[in-house]
Design a protein around this ligand. Structure first.
Ligand code: ADP
Ligand code: MG
Length: 323
């Protein structure tokens, strides 16, 4: 099983940001309303994710770190109606195979929990400990036992860039969750979790940029659209400022980002892109996430309709702008 875990680990755990992603998604699946992320040295030295979610029951602690023990998928059909973010039961075993993990979790409010220590896939300790309800996962010395993998890591700044980019998008996707992100003691992001997307965007892009954001809100029979787009005079040199959230998941879809771009049509200087955070809601049966569950790419069955809807909505907001 160790070998299987290390092989799978290479697929699930590409770099430190993959761990942040898997841990934070588990926290969201557990219904957390507050998620704190602490990172040291771009995540290569330490990644810690603390949440106030449902916690892991004592009898499930060990099983959570062993392959497929907890897969939430019951049949192939379930893939089309995924509600939770995790559904493969591979993340924790993969993480534990290539690092030193300490998991403290409590499912009850009584102040008693369990601490599990796993290094390179082997359990080192499992004991009772004082803990408030929720889960506190610490991952140290990533890839310490797979030096070939470690060699492929880029600079601390690059690894941190992947982590913060991921966390910024996630915070914009979940304005009802209070997030904080710290790197080497510096606070990089703090959101209130009060549902105010504009506050999250201010935390991500700064308050002066937030003042140049225009609210978007519309719906038709098939779709809802809600969020903010920047005034055409507030732009970026790349598309990274566009966050598209579909039914609560951040996605990448060129048709959708293309629709946003074409609404700006002649308004933007060449090679400039707007800032946008848009939440799209639609019937899940019109989305095919099955294409690649680990990736962000999705397909829509009525893509042209969706593209036209988004473009119309944003165009009408920009039309109302007097510059
Ligand atoms: P998956 O998320 O695909 O089920 P993971 O390996 O990511 O698989 O997690 C295994 C299981 O451990 C989860 O299904 C969940 O039951 C439990 N778990 C992991 N992290 C948390 C957390 N932060 N809070 C509560 N339960 C958790
Ligand atoms: Mg998971």
């Amino acid at each position: 099983e160790h070998v299987a875990n290390q092989i799978a680990a290479g697929e699930v755990i590409e770099r430190p940001s993959s761990i942040v992603k898997e841990l934070v998604e588990n926290s969201l699946d557990a219904g957390s309303t507050r998620i704190d992320v602490t990172v040291e040295e771009g995540g290569l030295q330490l990644i810690r994710v603390t949440d106030n979610g449902s916690g892991i029951a004592t009898e499930d602690c060990e099983a959570a770190f062993f392959r497929h023990a907890t897969s939430k998928i019951e049949s192939g059909k379930d893939l089309f109606h995924i509600r939770t973010l995790g559904f493969r039961g591979e993340a924790l075993p993969s993480i534990a195979a290539v690092s030193k993990v300490e998991c403290v979790s409590a499912a009850e409010t009584g102040g008693l929990g369990r601490k599990l220590i796993i290094e390179g896939g082997s359990i080192k300790a499992f004991q009772e400990t004082a803990a408030s309800r929720g889960t506190d996962m610490t991952v140290r010395e990533l890839f310490y036992n797979t030096p070939a993998r470690l060699k492929y890591m880029k600079t601390i700044q690059t690894e941190l860039g992947h982590i913060s980019d991921y966390m910024y998008r996630l915070a914009m996707a979940h304005p009802h969750v209070a997030f904080s992100v710290k790197h080497n003691g510096n606070l990089l992001l703090q959101t209130l979790g009060n549902g105010d997307l504009l506050q999250v965007m201010a935390a991500v892009y700064g308050t002066s940029t937030a003042k140049a954001l225009l609210p978007v809100q519309g719906e038709n029979a098939d779709y809802t659209l809600k969020g903010y787009v920047s005034r055409p005079d507030v732009t970026r040199s790349n598309r990274q400022g566009m966050t598209i959230v579909m039914n609560g998941r951040t996605i990448r879809n060129y048709a959708v980002s293309g629709a946003v771009m074409s609404a700006y049509h002649t308004l933007l200087p060449i090679n400039r892109y707007p800032i946008a955070a848009l939440h799209i809601g639609m019937d899940p049966s019109l989305v095919d996430v099955n294409v690649h569950p680990a990736k962000l790419e999705v397909r829509f069955s009525k893509e042209q309709e969706l593209v036209r809807f988004i473009e119309d909505q944003i165009r009408s907001i920009l039309r109302g702008q007097v510059l």
